[in-house]
Design a protein around this ligand. Structure first.
Ligand code: CDP
Length: 788
């Protein structure tokens, strides 16, 4: 895209350095744990050692006897106010604190409030809880077997552990296409439970002002407005009215979907502040964060693909069992219990498709959040990109050739998928062709063949994914009934400087920079002169927050539309100042001028000043606009990734030698930030492919509940990411952009898994579940007699 603005104005396409970084790199970010209020006290939580147990008694006397311990809150305390249960974002219910039984290991059991964090921790040690263990259900398949212990005994009519059944597509047509197919492949694919593991854990400072009945909560949330509304709806009966609730989301050290839900800790801190009349701080530690906050993935999928002998794909069928833990606390739009899993037809022109998802309760923490992905897109992409490679293997066809044969073609857009989505734009062959050329695909294949002859293990994996981001059109997308529009409010000061506020909330994505660049592009006011604010419900316009790569498609769009509204008014003021007709004026970034007389011009700064000092008679003073943007469609970013791995026959270790990501997110606001998003996303995509997993033994004991065994990647494991771009603008977005924040997390895992399987394909290996650990590979090498 050609640059329309100078480096001084720094509109779209400039790699402007991030405006937020001077405070971050100096250690002057302002996070929740930096907040210290006068009289503030601290909360710590007693957690269950059992995965399923009746609570027969909680003894608080010893804890209360510790000097500095102010209170111990239990489920019984909250029950008096009917606040011991709360709704989840999927309209299920979840305990704040238990009254009868615990449902997973590390569940909150009671809270100790003390004058000091260490005293609160001592108090936690001193609380004595008596448990009576109950049978534990860990495996979701067993959870659905007849006779399995029913976990949700709180639900009077619930006789099993089934949560929901959801399906999309044409079952009969797909079955017929399978019956008629020349070739069929079928593969069980599991994406394990993982965790966002953001650098900053969750926490809050709840500050209830008894005199004014006003509650301020500083909290780690990606969706402050929605949280305020939920608080008002859930606690309205105890006097918390929405106008008296202020949620402030300060700097956030990574959210990735994990900071969308309301966790019990937030609610307990609010209750404690109301009870004590003091500000209460709750900051979870790393183990609490990993063990109790919402998990991601945990999808057991069976994918099937049908094709003609020449490789033309004809039908896709995917059946999934989702393990939601003890409550369905996914952060999905209401109408989509399985998120946007129905993007699983991917980049391929599949005429027939059917998918169904069932969900089960187990004795694990609740969740099902969209970890850096647009509501189950990662799962969908993993399934289609893996089963495509299984088909390539079955057909003995090159996986690149198979993809190129089946891609939706550029002229087919807008493209209606078999599962009902209208893809806005794309050029999949161009992205894969660029990836193959840049990485030297043919040469790599030759090298692989040679190495294979020598007994060396090298693999090449491709993933040509399609994302679906920007939720969403309000006709289909809401969370707890609140429509998923988003907002921007721009106010131009007399000297031509801007305050811009949004309903979204950055957690590291650089919104302070990119939103300023959108204003700069639209109005010609230097991005340096645009102050961006998000996250304070008292000042920002209402919006649903930042997750699922929705900020650019929604608030970014709102920003451009609001700026254009301002330009309309600015034109009227310019016409007045220039004594010209509006029809005779033309806009050139930063100024209006009279057609044919470019010297007769008024800059946006001059117009802004006039808006407060010399505006036309009869016109309202000021220069500002608000927009609540309801996108007409989602945006469909895409990419083609190629990964090259070498496998050590002595250890089973997988080394990523090269990884090239070709991404297309339409028009780019800030190329440097987009590259940063891709680099981070690739690292977060590599993590579950090779390292990360949370699992449970048959008693519900967690493994992967601390950084001792939850292996987040470090610089040691992270290869040198190579990136390239194609640009296919979104036809419906005001400036042709698509979201990008999550593309790489979505696209990377199957590229890596496909590369490892490709390295071992000649041994008959067809699939390996992620994470592909050295142990798993080593077992395969040993079984095939090729281990060194
Ligand atoms: O919702 P979230 O901010 O996580 O995702 P996003 O809208 O995909 O944006 C991530 C970052 O990339 C933001 O700073 C965007 O403004 C930037 N971006 C961009 O510069 N150009 C695009 N076409 C898309 C995103």
């Amino acid at each position: 895209m050609a640059l329309k603005t100078t480096a001084e104005v720094c509109g779209m396409g400039h790699s402007m350095k991030r405006k937020e970084d001077p405070r971050f790199i100096r250690g002057q970010g302002h996070y929740v744990d930096d907040i210290k209020l006068p009289g503030m006290v601290h909360l710590d939580i007693v957690r269950s050692p059992y995965a399923h147990a009746k609570i027969t008694a909680i003894h608080t006397e010893k804890a209360l006897a510790i000097p500095g311990v102010l209170a111990v809150i239990t489920g019984k305390t909250l029950e008096q106010f009917n606040l011991h249960w709360m709704p989840t974002l999927m309209s299920d219910t979840q305990m704040v604190l238990p009254v009868e039984k615990v449902m997973y290991q590390a569940q909150e059991v009671a809270a100790v409030i003390a004058t000091d964090r260490y005293i609160a921790a001592d108090g936690v040690e001193a609380v004595e809880v008596e448990y009576e263990p109950l049978p534990v259900v860990v495996d979701p398949f067993k959870a659905l077997e007849p006779g399995a212990p029913v976990l949700r005994t709180d639900k009077k009519d619930k006789k099993d552990n089934h949560i929901f059944h959801w399906e999309a597509g044409d079952r009969a047509g797909t079955d017929r296409a399978f019956a008629e197919a020349d070739v069929k492949v079928k593969q069980d694919i599991y994406i394990p439970r993982i965790h966002v593991a953001s650098i900053e854990t969750c926490g809050c400072v709840a500050d209830f002002d008894r005199a004014m009945g006003h509650l301020t909560v500083y909290m780690t949330t990606q969706a402050p407005h929605a949280i305020r509304t939920v608080f008002a709806l859930v606690a309205g009966h105890v006097g918390l009215s929405e106008e008296k609730i202020r949620i402030v989301s300060p700097d956030i050290g990574g959210g990735f979907g994990g900071k969308v839900p309301v966790y019990p800790g937030y609610v307990i801190a609010v209750a404690a502040s109301v009870v004590l009349g003091k500000p209460v701080k709750w900051i979870e530690d790393r183990m609490e964060n990993l063990q109790a906050d919402s998990f991601a993935r945990d999808y057991h999928m069976t994918a099937e693909l049908a094709a003609k002998r020449d490789g033309t794909m004809t039908a896709l069928r995917i059946k999934t069992l989702a393990d939601h833990g003890y409550a369905d606390a996914a952060a999905n739009p209401s109408k989509f219990p399985a998120g946007l899993f129905s993007i699983c037809t991917g980049s391929y022109d599949l005429k027939h498709a059917f998918t169904e998802v069932d969900a089960a309760y187990t004795n694990k923490p609740p969740g099902g959040i969209a970890y850096r992905c647009s509501f189950r897109v990662t799962e969908a992409v993993h399934a289609i990109e893996r089963i495509t490679d299984v088909l390539a293997q079955e057909l003995e066809m090159d996986p690149a050739e198979l993809r190129l044969k089946n891609f939706i073609q550029p002229e087919q857009f807008p493209y209606k998928s078999a599962l009902g989505w209208e893809y806005d734009s794309g050029d999949y062959p161009a992205a894969l062709a660029l990836a193959m050329k840049t990485i030297g695909y043919d040469e790599l294949r030759r090298e692989q063949a040679e190495k294979r002859r020598r007994g060396e293990l090298m693999g090449i994996g491709i993933s040509s994914f399609t994302e679906i981001v920007g939720a969403g059109p309000s006709k289909d997308f809401d969370i707890l009934g609140i429509k998923m529009f988003d907002s921007a409010e721009l106010r131009i000061h007399p000297t031509g400087k801007v305050i811009a506020r949004f309903g979204t909330k950055s957690q590291g994505q650089g919104h302070e920079t990119t939103y300023a660049q959108i204003v700069a592009e639209e109005l010609g006011i230097p991005a340096a002169h645009v102050q961006v604010e998000e996250g304070d419900t008292d000042t920002a316009p209402y919006g649903l927050g930042t997750y699922a790569s929705r900020s650019t498609p929604t608030s970014g769009a709102a920003c451009a539309v609001a700026a254009r509204k301002i330009r309309e008014k600015a034109k009227k003021i310019a016409a007045y100042l220039l004594e010209a007709s509006e029809d005779d004026l033309e806009w050139e970034t930063g100024k209006f001028f009279v057609k044919g007389a470019p010297q007769k011009a008024k800059t946006i700064q001059e117009i802004a000043f006039a808006a407060y000092t010399n505006h036309p008679p009869g016109m309202e003073a000021g220069l500002e606009a608000v927009d609540y943007y309801d996108p007409p469609n989602l945006t469909f970013p895409f990419g083609s990734y190629i990964c090259v791995v070498d496998i050590d026959r002595g250890t089973g270790a997988v080394k990523i030698r090269r990884f090239l990501a070709v991404d297309d997110c339409g028009n780019i606001i800030n190329p440097m930030i987009v590259d940063g998003q891709i680099h981070g996303g690739l690292t977060m995509g590599m993590a579950p492919a090779l390292l990360e997993e949370i699992s449970y033994d048959e008693n519900g004991n967690i493994s992967g509940g601390s950084f001792m065994d939850y292996l987040v990647p470090t610089a040691m494991e992270t290869p040198n990411w190579e990136t390239a771009k194609t640009v296919t603008p979104s036809p419906h977005h005001p400036f042709g952009a698509k979201g990008v924040g999550e593309s790489a997390t979505v696209g990377a895992p199957p590229a890596i898994a496909n590369a490892v399987v490709d390295a071992l394909a000649h041994l008959g290996v067809r699939h390996i579940d992620i994470p592909i650990t050295p142990e798993k590979v080593w077992d395969i090498l040993k079984a095939n007699g090729v281990a060194e």
